[in-house]
Design a protein around this ligand. Structure first.
Ligand code: Q6M
Ligand code: ZN
Length: 689
């Protein structure tokens, strides 16, 4: 059933989320005893789909029919010999099927699997077509068999045809897509995808995977961080091996902030494909990781502003049915544009994850200018060795043992809380002569100004001002923040006569409540009084061209970009290296984004920032802009309403001095903010989970 997707404001949008699913793909299963394959069951698909229906998510998606991939399409990633061999499987006897299966690793065949494999690949193609033709903005395909392990001439790891690899080639061929980013967040290495695009610079493949120094399946040397691609494709294959089990939300988010995202933005894809395996979630018997299902909301959100929002997620693994269903729901709900909630306990990455992050960054510094000046520490040959070289303290051994025990225990986790979108997505406080953007609600409290607020405002900010308009605007602003905190309005924007005063006003009001925390992001130069951050209820991050005399402290962080905010590559560096990790760790109850007058930040960068900052504070962002920047109202409102930001035009290399400045800042602050780390701290003691 198809329905017109409706944004919160009541505006009908043409850009929905596709959901592709067909029961036919549940109609094959393991017919003999094989411990390696018994986890790959038809229920994986039914529970995922049922959870989407139960949570009202399936109904909000545009349902798209599957189709079989054609021979020609399958041949985009496979050999004729292999296709012909698979074609024979529907007619084989059980004995023949068993024998056929034996030539491949960790996979099984069934008389109906060829049909399902054609549908799985075809589903990925239908998804690409729907997104590329603009029928929908993004979408997810629930498929079996998975695809990322299958190779040109071989089935492997439950996979028959490489659904996502075929889809990437198809997108290039049929839709003229130039650059495809494939993000493989499944817990296994999609070696099939890596092999397919190893020498191809038009497809950037990123994979993190359980590796344990090559002890974990598929135990390949080439799954390590130093397989970066070949020939022209050198730099376009990114592996982040996990050398321990028990990785959690912090570990995942730090890899996104410090490895994947800066490179992905520099790559500037026209399309994002996700190998969406959920065996990387807690409770999975294969992954044995600790990341909770709500982390997938963030992984999805963080990718949704790339490629103008064109994102296709195709199911791969996921073997704990509870964890799988919850994770699928988190992903789809985020694609639909609902606000994300703070993921559980972000206490910072563990030592082993930091080693992986450091190794992957180092391996890629020669290929990506965002990593070029990455901390120049010696890359010890840690990853491929079967024994640990570093550490070895008594405390550390104890921690490791604990972690190993934790991972074999039966895991319990809370179901992610319901994400309830507020009735109003975006409200605006605007002067009367400025029209309110479509879908945005004009907000005014002028009818009955709260006398308490008014007297406070008079006392603190408008002592000698007799401008009644200012008073009205500021008191509206305060009332708006209160509405946001009650979750009646998701986010807001305001055009004010004095952004600094308005900012101080909001901070003073919101940070007065002891349980509140305000993340203030100041874009551009202008003095921010330092006393606001004294109690830790406000974290100020300012990005500008101004060299500040003030010493950066834990809650007042100034990033200086030599060419200012108009330098998009420098800005990106600060955004992923500092701002996002700080935001995750600080966990604000409100994000206050302040556009200082004359900031010169480019529209597309501003929209990216506005979009990404909605990953905090349950999506509650309030944007303040100076009165004369009327032209920014439209683009800002669009981002606050959930439209994807336009792609950043191809990025120049950031200035070396800016990269170094960001690196230095990260280094200085990482004792206070664990998510800023990208290397193992020198005094490596008990910081394992
Ligand atoms: C199983 C060993 C069982 C799509 C996927 C497939 C994973 C295959 C795992 C094979 N090994 N203890 O990446 O999830
Ligand atoms: Zn997997």
């Amino acid at each position: 059933m198809s329905c017109s997707p409706r944004s919160w404001s009541g505006k009908i949008t043409t850009m929905g989320t596709a959901l592709i699913y067909d029961e036919e793909m549940t109609k094959y299963k393991l017919l003999w005893v094989d411990p390696a394959c018994k986890i790959e069951v038809p229920e994986r698909l039914t529970v995922s789909h049922e959870a989407l229906v139960r949570n009202g998510l399936a109904d909000r998606c545009v349902s798209i029919a599957v189709r079989e991939a054609t021979d020609a399409e399958i041949l985009l990633a496979h050999s004729e010999e292999y296709l012909e061999a698979v074609k024979k499987t529907p007619h084989m006897t059980l004995e023949d099927l068993k024998e056929f299966t034996l030539q491949y690793g960790d996979v099984y065949f069934h008389p109906n699997i060829y049909r399902c494999a054609k549908l799985a690949a075809g589903a990925a193609l239908q998804l690409v077509d729907s997104v590329m033709t603009g029928k929908v903005r993004n979408g997810m395909a629930l498929v079996r068999p998975p695809g990322h392990h299958s190779m040109r001439s071989a089935a492997n790891g439950f996979c028959v045809f490489n659904n996502v690899a075929i889809a990437a080639r198809y997108a290039k061929q049929k839709h003229g897509v130039q650059r495809v980013l494939i993000v493989d967040w499944d817990i296994h290495h999609g070696q099939g995808v890596q092999y397919c695009f190893e020498d191809d610079p038009s497809v950037l493949y990123f994979s993190w995977h359980r590796y344990e120094h090559q002890k974990f399946w598929p135990q390949l040397r080439e799954s390590d961080y130093d397989s970066v691609g070949k020939e022209k494709g050198a730099g376009f294959n990114i592996n982040v091996p996990w050398n321990k089990v028990g990785m959690d939300n912090s570990d995942y988010l730090s890899v996104f902030c410090h490895v994947l995202l800066p490179v992905a933005y520099e790559f500037c894809p026209d399309l994002v494909l996700v190998c969406a395996g959920f065996d990387s979630a807690i409770g999975d018997p294969e992954g044995e990781m600790c990341a909770t299902p709500d982390v997938f909301a963030h992984l999805t959100h963080l990718l949704m502003n790339l490629a103008g929002g064109k994102l296709c997620a195709v199911l791969e693994g996921g073997y704990n049915l509870t964890s799988l269903a919850q994770s699928v729901c988190q992903t789809v709900q985020t694609l639909l544009g609902d606000p994300v909630l703070q993921p559980a306990n972000l206490s910072g990455p563990c030592k082993s994850a930091l080693e992986s992050v450091h190794c992957s960054r180092s391996a890629h510094r020669q290929y990506w200018s965002c990593l070029k000046h990455a901390a120049d520490l010696p890359t010890v040959d840690i990853s491929t060795k079967h024994i640990r070289l570093s550490g070895g303290g008594e405390e550390e051994e104890r921690m490791e043992k604990e972690k190993a025990e934790k991972s074999t225990e039966e895991k319990v986790w809370a179901e992610p809380p319901k994400r309830v979108p507020p009735p109003v997505r975006c409200a605006a406080v605007l002067p009367d002569d400025v029209t309110c953007p479509d879908g945005c609600k004009r907000f005014s409290s002028s009818e009955d100004l709260d006398p308490l607020i008014v007297s406070k405002l008079r006392e603190n900010f408008l002592k000698d001002a007799d401008d009644c308009d200012d008073l009205t605007a500021l008191s509206s602003l305060i009332t708006l923040t209160e509405n946001m905190q009650r979750n009646e309005i998701c986010n807001g924007l305001a055009l004010v006569s004095d952004v600094t005063m308005a900012m101080m006003c909001v901070i003073q009001h919101v940070a007065a409540a002891p349980s509140n925390r305000v993340l203030v992001v100041c874009v551009g130069s202008g003095k921010v009084p330092s006393h606001v951050t004294e109690d830790g209820r406000t974290l100020v991050v300012q990005i500008s061209s101004e060299e500040t005399k003030e010493q950066t402290c834990k809650y007042h962080i100034s990033v200086t970009l030599k060419k200012g905010c108009s330098d998009t590559s420098g800005f990106i560096q600060a955004m992923f290296g500092l701002l996002l990790p700080l935001g995750y760790e600080y966990d604000p109850s409100l994000v206050l984004l302040v556009r200082m007058p004359g900031s010169k930040v480019r529209d597309s960068m501003w929209q990216q920032l506005t979009g990404l900052l909605q990953g905090f504070a349950q999506g509650h962002a309030l944007v303040l802009m100076q009165e004369d920047e009327k032209a920014c109202v439209g683009p800002t409102a669009s981002s606050l309403l959930g439209d994807p930001a336009p792609s950043l035009e191809s990025l120049q290399a950031p200035l070396p001095e800016d990269v170094e400045a960001v690196e230095r800042l990260r280094h200085r602050l990482q004792a206070d903010w664990k998510l800023l780390q990208t290397t193992v701290p020198e005094s490596g003691r008990g910081d394992e989970h």
